[in-house]
Design a protein around this ligand. Sequence first.
Ligand SMILES: Cc1cc2nc3c(=O)[nH]c(=O)nc-3n(C[C@H](O)[C@H](O)[C@H](O)COP(=O)(O)O)c2cc1C
Length: 458
Amino acid sequence: MTGKIELHYRFAPDVKATGRDGNRLTLDIEGWKALSFTAATPAHADAVEALAGAGATFDRLKEIATGAGSRADGQKAAAYYAERFSRARLLRWDLVDDSGVLASVEPLTAGYRPRTEALPEQPLALCRFAFLRRTPDGMTLESGLTRAQMRIRPRGMAAISQALAPADAATPDIVAGLLWRLGFFDVAIPQEDDNRSCWEFHDLLMHETSRFNRDLPGGANYRFEGRIPAPPAAKPAMPGARIELPPVDPAALRTSNGSIDALQERRRSIRAYADRPIALAVLAEFLWRVARTTAPPFGTGAQQLMSRPYPAGGSINELEFYVAVRRCEGLDPAFHHYDSHGHALVRIANTQKIAAEIVAKSASAMALQPDQQQPDLTIVVSSRLPRLAWKYERMAYRASLLHAGVAIELMYLVATDMTLAGCANGSGDSRLFEAATGLDRLEETAIAEFCLGIPAES
Ligand SMILES: Cc1cc2nc3c(=O)[nH]c(=O)nc-3n(C[C@H](O)[C@H](O)[C@H](O)COP(=O)(O)O)c2cc1C
């Protein structure tokens, strides 16, 4: 890094050439029809031409656009073209020093452009929504708040590091000012409004990046096809004693259960439990009605699909259901996997203590007091995320949480229909699931919990 550091505005690489005939300019843009327009003055046309190649600073663009005219007119023209071209995503911005480019900024949405107003007087620091990470094309600065990415060249890292940790906080750092213009720095003590204060770093990042808010590849693009095998519909059997569950008679259910409207009217979160425990046949019916696989795995492509009683994106059904049993008539306390294909439970050895811990966590999530009866069991919903991510890019975890929500509503309705005490838990500890199953959390991890028992006699 040498000499002064500036922010250059320049055309994006898709702008292949700029032609000029008097004040008439023509941009040759990849994938577009030629874009022709007439600048108001020769100086304005000069400023547009200055965006080709290495580009120029915004101040320089204003100067060029001023020419022999008024400064106000030059400023207005530079701002106009910066706005118009950024709206069409035709601009890029480079941090440059005397030796060349230190970092380049790419917009991730139409309309992104650097701030041009006066710098704040307060000290500047990395915005609390911004972060640096390594991507295939180098070090990248991003932010949940800013729809742009900055690729930092190795030479640029020194300038950025200096801005991140200034030797003398009292002296304004040029790069910090430019990073503020680009949306990655903020005043060191920001006055956030109430709405912004409520957003945490990870919430905003996940929201922004797991929806189509940014022009990045994503969605159902099967990006791992041919690279890694799709995990099968039926997960490898968990080791442990297999407990075949009593079959459920769907015909009998159909004559007994109430209308959806009546169920919704009656549905409540119930956190008070009877002295008598839930019975295995009742648990079996609950699992069958919520989580069984309704047909053998199907699908003609490289990914096996399957159906469950609740809907699931792409029919992939990455969720698995486990039962942490504290007490259940006919079933030993332990952590069990529900084999949704075979309607059976698999008891995972030596998990009685951990099952009790999972239920105790649920009790505390429901603010139960030590003298109150704890739930009989906690249904732990896990996600085999790679199964979903094999098809969906950027949105797999989001989709899994949506699926857990869908399953929770079904659990509530089935619990209501069966006169059981059901209550979802918003908090849980996936480490207990890891300890109980020994599974690699990147292969499968717990994402939701739901408690069950017999309601206390009122
Ligand atoms: C996703 C989700 C998470 C929840 N987490 C908890 C929880 O951790 N503890 C709790 O006592 N209730 C929890 N609940 C239950 C809500 O408190 C309850 O649904 C709400 O108060 C409305 O009452 P109702 O379900 O009886 O209509 C949760 C509900 C949902 C859907």
